[in-house]
Design a protein around this ligand. Sequence first.
Ligand SMILES: NC(=O)c1ccc[n+]([C@@H]2O[C@H](COP(=O)([O-])OP(=O)(O)OC[C@H]3O[C@@H](n4cnc5c(N)ncnc54)[C@H](O)[C@@H]3O)[C@@H](O)[C@H]2O)c1
Length: 333
Amino acid sequence: MNISIIGGGAWGTTLAQVLADNGHNVLIRDINDKFVEKINNTHLHPFFDLEIPSTIKATLDLSEACNYSDILVLCVPTKVMRSVLHEINTHINTKKLFVNVSKGIEPETSYRVSQIVEEEISKNKLKGYVVLSGPSHAEEVILRKVTSLVAASKSTEAALEVQNIFSNDTYLRVYSSDDVIGVETGGAMKNAIAIVSGVASGMGLGENARAFLISRGIKEIVAIVQALGGNIETAYGLSGVGDLIVTASSMNSRNFQCGLKIGQGMSVAEAQGSSVQTVEGIRAIEAGYEIGKKYNLDLPIISTAYQVVHDKIQAKDALKQLLARSLKSERYW
Ligand SMILES: NC(=O)c1ccc[n+]([C@@H]2O[C@H](COP(=O)([O-])OP(=O)(O)OC[C@H]3O[C@@H](n4cnc5c(N)ncnc54)[C@H](O)[C@@H]3O)[C@@H](O)[C@H]2O)c1
């Protein structure tokens, strides 16, 4: 089967290898000509410099990529997702299945990617939408290390199709789900808590403090998932807690690394700018904060993180603020 990947960075090119391993033909579209050349001419992953199957091709031409297949895998940073989808809509004339593998929420609207797809892609061009997410560092998947994901769609048929396309019996196991809201929201919000966990490490706090912030952070992710209409089991599954486990304490996570630098005293702008790769977590903190206000949720960690990323308080004062809150029962909602 032919499959197009829009966005050939760390994750997009890694998924291209998964698809090639599973016998599919892949065309990647990226705006970075160096990446496109590297994939086509040297068959190396643009970030990891590891050999990838020579059957994987890349192009700068969005129209070519859109018309190469009926399945478009979306792997661009969420901040450009709306404009990329807008452009895609002008290039396609037939119905496509959109598979989103990016993890983020649009802060201005608090929209998940499925909602942006619905707004930007005309109904007569939208065959279906699936979100594919879970605990998956590209650094490990590119080495074909065992990984699990979840494919969620309102359409069981579409979820099962994506589950089959990406799964193999050597290193990638995909589960299916009908909870698009839960998978998208958990996948986005875990990056917010990963930043917080990084900040704690950067400040020199210990494992106890990190476990405290991560566990209480999970409660906040669950509250947001529920408020938006997702299922609590999804929040505790692969795309929520599963992804948080892999993200919140690993140097492979650029969200964790970004938090680490903030905790060490770097400004938010510098910490974000120091990563050549996409850091979604700062925007997730903003989106989480807005959702909390809208649904009147008690989100002390995300609200405090919001104050830190907006330079309203220093990380050390944020910690004091959290510790000074009135004492609570662990089950307070
Ligand atoms: N890296 C991982 O391990 C991983 C795993 C799962 C999910 N994700 C998610 O995947 C998304 C992308 O992450 P990444 O790690 O691949 O980021 P990245 O920064 O490595 O790659 C993003 C790519 O998008 C390209 N791009 C930017 N604007 C574009 C446009 N308008 N059209 C086409 N391409 C464009 C960039 O040139 C770059 O190659 C993020 O939402 C991230 O959270 C990443």
